[in-house]
Design a protein around this ligand. Structure first.
Ligand SMILES: [Fe+2]
Length: 287
């Protein structure tokens, strides 16, 4: 089955969110939503999420799932906000517990921060199956960028998160805690072994050098043949050497500190104080 896929691009964080709809009904899933955040002022905004909610309402969609491909380090998830407005269950990979353990320590969260994934409604493991109406979703565990990364294969479409980017841009960094370029290589092989005409939808686009427009949809065949980091039969050793050298040059994403604290809580802010004020922490010399 071919799901109807509608894309929402957030230029501030280069993130693509997707509404994936059963072509024979009203059921849908929303993948990797964005809560706008202005770091300088500490202010959130729901403009991006409201666009998705308006689309859901306009087409009378029934939101079954709010899926996260991973704990994003470059934008905040709007899943709880969207859930409150239009419903749906929030799902992520079961290895989120590893990510929660790592960053629970980095942010000194103490015992009230549960590291068992209980902030999410569903924890998927490799090979789990879920439904969006008459559509079938399969989960592939595709670690490397983070230990908990999932690819959601829904009908003929694969939502690969930050494993692969467009063929002319390459792959995601593997230097966050628990990341591994070797694991990413193996995960990408899993994705490339899907049927060749599988549509691939990536989570970010930054316009590759020489390309004027943003793009986020490609195919397994195109990635396999042309991906500049890992296509055309690139060997694991070559890839790992290239990826690790590149990652050593990269600065941290602008929103990593707020993003991790919110996204490891399934998109919820940390608990408010007695006056109802919410604060995020800045760990010094920890990242
Ligand atoms: Fe990411």
């Amino acid at each position: 089955m071919k799901p109807d896929v509608t894309s929402f691009f957030d230029e501030a964080t280069n993130t693509v969110s997707y509404v994936v709809k059963d072509p024979k009904g009203s059921a849908c899933a929303i993948i990797d939503s964005v809560l706008d955040f202005d770091h300088a002022s500490g202010r959130t905004d729901t403009r991006s999420a409201d666009d998705i909610i308006a689309h859901v309402r306009e087409h009378n969609l029934d939101v079954h799932w709010l899926l996260e491909t991973h704990v994003h380090a470059d934008h905040l998830s709007a899943a709880p906000y969207i859930q409150q407005k239009v419903g749906g269950k929030i799902g992520i990979g079961e290895r989120i517990t590893v990510v929660q353990d790592t960053f629970g320590k980095v942010f000194n969260e103490g015992t009230e921060f549960q590291r068992d994934g209980s902030q999410f409604d569903a924890l998927f493991k490799d090979g789990d199956i879920f439904d969006i109406g008459q559509l079938r979703g399969d989960t592939l565990h595709t670690p490397g960028h983070t230990p908990a990364c999932l690819t959601y294969v829904i009908g003929d479409a694969a939502f690969v998160g930050d494993t692969l980017f467009m063929p002319d841009f390459g792959t995601a960094r593997c230097d966050f805690p628990g990341g591994s370029s070797e694991m990413l290589y193996n995960s990408v092989q899993k994705i490339l072994s899907l049927p060749q005409d599988t549509r691939i939808f990536v989570c970010h686009d930054y316009k590759a050098p020489g390309r004027d427009d943003y793009a986020w949809e490609t195919t397994v065949a195109a990635e396999k043949a042309q991906n500049v980091h890992i296509g055309a039969g690139r060997s694991k050793d070559d890839f790992v050497a290239m990826r690790d050298a590149r990652d050593a040059q990269l600065g941290m994403p602008k929103l990593i500190i707020p993003s991790l604290q919110v996204n490891m809580r399934a998109g919820h802010m940390p608990p408010a104080d007695e006056q109802g004020n919410v604060f995020l922490k800045v760990p010094i010399n920890r990242l």
